[in-house]
Design a protein. Structure first.
Ligand code: 13P
Ligand code: SF4
Length: 335
C-alpha cells in the first residue's frame, strides 16, 4: 500500500469509501482486470449496479444467484458490487476470505426498516412462529431468523414448511403480501418496504400502456399491490430478465430498478424496454444505495483492499444457519 493507513481509515469512516484522486488517463477496465488476476479476486455484481460495473464483473446476478456464487467461489478476495447486506452475506458464507464493498454506505431502505431490538420484541409477541426473513436485512436480523429467502425462492421456502406452521415474514410487507396471496398462508408481516419499488405510479403506468398497447408490464414482487395488479409477469430480477429473453413480446414496461435494463437490452438488443415511471419527476427508480458504487470506487477498493466487511464473530455464526438452510432448500428444488 502506498497510502497512509490512518488516512485511509479516517477517509473510509467519514465517507464510506476511499476518496483518493485517480489519474484520469488510467484505463480502469484494464486496471481492474489486472487486479483481479494479481489478487485472485472475483467481482460479484447485482443487476442494479451501473452498466460499467456490470461489464467488468465476473458474475452478475440476483440476490440468490450472488449468494450461491459466493458460497462456491475459490477466489481469495470477493469484491461485492452491490449493497451492504449482500456483501455481509458473502462474508458470512466465507468468514476466512476478504470481502470488499466499494462504498460501505451502500445500504438498503428495507434492511434499515427492521432494527434488531424492535424485531426481537416483535418476535416475542408471536411465540411459536417460524421466522422467514428476506435476504434484504442486516446480519443481526438474520441471526434472529430461522430461514432466509430471496424473491427467487420465497414461495418454495414457505411451501417447504408444514401447512399449519405459523410464520413471521420480514422485513418486506409488499413481498410478504404477494406471498400470502400466492401460497395461501396467513403470515404475520413486518412493516418494511423498499423505497425504490414503492415509487411507481399506477396512473403513469396505465397511461404508458395506452400509448404502448403491445407492451407487457413486468414487475418485481417488492412493488405495491396496485402495481403488481397491472403486471403481466412478476418475478425476481433474474426471473424478469429470463422472461424478456424467452418471451415473444417486443416491448416491456419494467417495474423494478433501472439497472436491470442494461442486461435486458444486451440480451435482447432489438426489443424495447421502458422503465416504469415513478410518481414524481426525479429518477427515483434508481436505487440511491446501489448507485453509490462507481467504477472508480471499485478500482480503489481492489487496489487498496478497503473498505472491507468486518463482522462480529457471534453474529456471523448465528446468521450463517438460516442462510445455509435457504441454500439447502433451494438446492432441493433445483433453484
Ligand atoms: P433480487 O435481485 O433478488 O430480485 O432482489 C432485488 C433487490 O431489491 C435487491 O436489493
Ligand atoms: Fe434495498 Fe430497494 Fe435498493 Fe434493493 S432496490 S437495495 S431493496 S433500497
Amino acid at each position: 500500500m502506498d497510502i497512509n493507513i490512518d488516512f485511509a481509515k479516517s477517509n473510509i469512516k467519514k465517507k464510506g469509501f476511499l476518496d483518493i484522486d485517480i489519474d484520469v488517463n488510467l484505463d480502469l477496465f484494464a486496471e481492474i482486470e489486472r487486479l483481479k488476476k494479481e489478487k485472485n479476486a472475483i467481482i460479484l455484481a447485482h443487476y442494479y449496479q451501473e452498466p460499467d460495473i456490470q461489464d467488468v464483473a465476473d458474475f452478475i446476478g440476483d440476490s440468490l444467484g450472488l449468494a450461491q456464487k459466493a458460497e462456491k467461489t475459490e477466489a481469495d478476495i470477493i469484491v461485492f458490487a452491490g449493497v451492504h447486506f449482500m456483501a455481509e452475506t458473502a462474508k458470512i458464507l466465507n468468514p476466512h476470505k476478504k470481502v470488499l464493498l466499494p462504498d460501505l454506505k451502500a445500504g438498503c431502505s428495507l434492511a434499515d426498516s427492521a432494527p434488531a431490538a424492535l424485531f426481537r420484541q416483535f418476535k416475542e409477541k408471536h411465540p411459536g412462529h417460524v421466522v422467514i426473513s428476506y435476504i434484504n436485512c442486516t446480519a443481526d436480523i438474520k441471526s434472529l431468523s430461522d430461514i432466509i429467502c430471496t424473491s427467487s425462492n420465497a414461495e418454495k421456502i414457505i411451501e417447504s414448511l408444514p401447512k399449519d406452521q405459523k410464520i413471521i415474514f420480514a422485513p418486506d410487507k409488499n413481498l410478504g403480501a404477494y406471498l400470502k396471496k400466492k401460497t395461501g398462508r396467513d403470515m404475520v408481516l413486518w412493516n418494511g418496504a423498499c423505497i425504490v419499488h414503492e415509487i411507481f405510479s399506477v396512473e403513469k403506468i396505465t397511461r404508458l400502456k395506452i400509448r404502448h398497447p403491445k407492451a407487457k408490464v413486468i414487475a418485481h414482487p417488492e412493488c405495491e399491490e396496485p402495481v403488481l395488479r397491472l403486471a403481466d409477469y412478476i418475478g425476481s430480477t433474474t426471473s424478469l430478465l429470463k422472461y424478456t429473453m424467452n418471451d415473444d413480446g417486443q416491448e416491456y414496461i419494467v417495474a423494478t430498478e433501472t439497472g436491470i435494463l442494461h442486461q435486458m437490452q444486451k440480451e435482447s438488443p432489438y426489443k424495447t424496454f421502458i422503465p416504469a415511471p415513478p410518481d414524481n419527476m426525479c429518477a427515483c427508480n434508481d436505487c440511491p444505495y446501489m448507485k453509490l458504487n462507481t467504477l472508480e470506487k471499485l478500482y480503489l477498493c481492489m487496489q487498496y483492499e478497503a473498505p472491507e466487511i468486518i463482522m462480529d464473530k457471534n453474529i456471523l455464526e448465528a446468521a450463517r444457519k438460516p442462510i445455509e438452510r435457504m441454500l439447502a432448500i433451494s438446492k432441493q428444488y433445483g433453484l
